[in-house]
Design a protein around this ligand. Sequence first.
Ligand SMILES: [Zn+2]
Length: 123
Amino acid sequence: MHPSDHMSMRTFKANRCRACGIVLGFGDRCDWCQHRPPGHVDAPGEYRGRHHSEWIGTVQVLVDEDDVHALQLLLPRLVVAATAEAEATGRPSHGWFDEQLAQLEERNFGVTPTGRTRDSDAA
Ligand SMILES: [Zn+2]
């Protein structure tokens, strides 16, 4: 992404579901929350009724908007969901949410994760 593209996205405020916080194109509740099954319990790998992979776009928007508070709430839940799925299936978690959380902490709290050398594509 070109740096100027990133700057222009900083003023964009995406609609997010008022109930669960996933990013929406329109409206104030996502389709799932409008028709939420009573007593739903997330399966391993799910957060608030959706597989963690469905939250990746929401995390990307929140990173673009630099919405630190929302990311601090959301990312640990998604790390838990991805970890629970990995434990349930025996397949390793790909660790994308862990990476996002580590980068968030590094940017905002000056915590440098040890043993983590990752090329940054940020300018
Ligand atoms: Zn929702």
